[in-house]
Ligand binder design. Structure first.
Ligand SMILES: Cc1cc2nc3c(=O)[nH]c(=O)nc-3n(C[C@H](O)[C@H](O)[C@H](O)COP(=O)(O)OP(=O)(O)OC[C@H]3O[C@@H](n4cnc5c(N)ncnc54)[C@H](O)[C@@H]3O)c2cc1C
Length: 453
């Protein structure tokens, strides 16, 4: 089979397995009605992922009247498309923010991510959400000896910043049943893996039970600053003294943050369930979520349904910060290759689904949380750079507290942070995709070395 036919074959396979909705969620049977006519609220929240739903729950607990507007249905965005790693400080790009933030601020930032893990664990307990959480800890692994120095460097910096980890050499990796392609790594016991679809739908259920008014199939079309802020939707409007934009990677399209964060597209792929024989041969008994030391990491994890989910590997910036829901064949091809490279015994395993989604990214890799509008009454939370399973819900919760008059020093520090400005188009498109291409080439070099062994 020549390359073209092979690629064509993959495209056909992708189209059979591609899901616009992502891999973890179905449209809820009890879709909440779209907004019709005018309504008033104390706070209007736009977007119902982890951030929007946790903000709504906390505001409602304080007896604040909340209206949530969601363009599709709760969880439609990154909250149901991610890899399901509930991770603390491990895997952060320390080099991107340490110099800029300074040591003390960097420690607080790492604590913020570590706290995100306990926040999410608290939410599972508080609302009785069963999301197949496996508190296994996480491994950041090297696949080629040249990555060892970076693993050790990362471990040293992360320990200094308050996130200690344990080095696992080849023998310790094998004793844990970690597949042999992952040579060594750093292990943290905080966090683990979960089913993000079950988590976000659990939050939706909790919000509805708490009496939160949610309008699904209701996009914000435009808004006028206030107070009150006036939000227009296709068939209605909401007036509220305060608005929260919990729209993450979709925020730049709405105006705010267009010069501070960019959406990056990334993809995921899930295999068919492994048979008991395949699972036993793998021997990965604790099922620690694994990420790699590539410049753009790969992630590999087993799910409660015994499938293997592979994510990331390649990133792409769509021109003009657009976020279309379309298949990303080059990324699926790269994921298929990663799956075959890391799990040779599973060669030929069928792919059950593939999907794509968007993270929001600021150039220093730090969260982008703040207020906008002449009266600073429009709050936003974005820029979690692919680390939002724990923290984005916590940010929503903390913003809700702030609106109710509860000051949180960690939130105050994050809100004071000014992210670097992005380049204007088309320079942004060229610069970002150029840098991502270089990262991809460097990663491919490590992969080639690993294959040659
Ligand atoms: C493939 C992938 C893998 C990832 N893996 C991980 C991981 O393993 N661990 C981790 O910590 N993080 C991961 N992330 C990142 C994580 O999923 C996000 O940081 C987090 O889910 C963001 O939550 P959120 O509520 O801020 O935004 P979202 O979940 O994106 O919610 C925003 C919502 O706003 C809605 N919306 C947009 N525009 C409008 C509008 N005009 N009107 C009304 N509603 C609107 C959207 O429909 C969406 O539901 C991953 C992301 C992706 C895409």
């Amino acid at each position: 089979m020549d390359l073209q036919t092979k690629e064509h074959g993959n495209v056909t396979e992708d189209l059979k397995t591609y899901r616009t909705l992502g891999g973890w969620i179905e449209k809820p049977a009890d879709l909440q009605p779209p907004l019709e006519g005018h309504t008033n609220a104390d706070v209007v929240i736009i977007g119902a992922g982890f951030a929007g739903l946790c903000a709504a729950l906390e505001l409602t607990r304080h007896r604040v009247k909340v209206v949530v507007l969601e363009r599709e249905f709760c969880g439609y965005g990154a909250s149901s498309r991610n890899a399901g790693y509930l991770a603390g400080g491990q895997g952060l790009k320390y080099d991107r923010f340490l110099k800029r933030a300074g040591h003390e601020k960097a420690r607080q930032i790492v604590r913020f991510y570590e706290d995100g893990v306990s926040f999410a664990e608290g939410k599972f307990a508080e609302h009785g959400i069963d999301c197949d959480y496996n508190q296994s800890g996480l491994i950041r692994a090297g696949i080629d000896p040249s990555q060892e120095a970076r693993v050790r460097d990362d471990m040293r910096i992360s320990a200094e910043l308050g996130c200690p980890s344990e080095y696992l050499d080849q023998a310790e990796m094998r004793a844990r049943g970690i597949p042999p392609a992952f040579l060594f790594g750093s292990y943290v016991s905080n966090g683990g893996t979960l089913d993000p679809g079950k988590y976000v739908l659990g939050l939706r259920r909790a919000a509805l039970q708490a009496g939160v008014t949610i309008h699904e199939n209701t996009p914000l079309l435009s808004y006028t600053e206030g107070p009150p802020v006036k939000v227009r939707t296709p068939r209605g409007s909401v007036s509220a003294p305060v608005m929260i934009l919990a729209t993450n990677a979709y925020t730049p399209q709405l105006g705010p943050l267009a010069d501070k964060v960019v959406p990056l597209r990334l993809s995921a792929m899930e295999t068919e369930p492994l048979s008991p024989v395949q699972l036993a041969a793998l021997g990965w008994h604790r099922r620690e979520g694994i990420t790699t030391m590539h410049w753009v990491m790969e992630s590999h994890r087993l799910t409660a349904r015994n499938t293997l989910v592979v994510t990331t590997k390649r990133l792409r910036y769509p021109f003009g910060s657009q976020t279309p829901d379309v298949p990303e064949h080059a990324q699926y091809r790269a994921l298929r290759m990663a799956l075959h490279d890391r799990f040779p015994p599973l060669k030929g395993i069928a792919i059950r689904r593939c999907w794509s989604g968007y993270i929001s990214y600021a150039d220093d890799g730090l969260p982008v949380i703040g207020t906008t509008g002449a009266d600073r009454n429009i709050y936003y939370a974005a820029g979690c750079s692919g680390h939002g399973v724990g923290t984005q819900g916590m940010v929503g919760h903390m913003l809700a507290g702030k609106i109710c008059g509860i000051e949180n020093p960690l939130l105050a520090m994050l809100m004071q942070h000014i992210p670097p400005l992005t380049l204007p188009e088309p320079l942004r498109w060229f610069a970002l995709n150029g840098a991502l291409k270089v990262a991809s080439r460097l990663d491919e070099r490590s992969n080639r070395k690993a294959r040659a062994v």
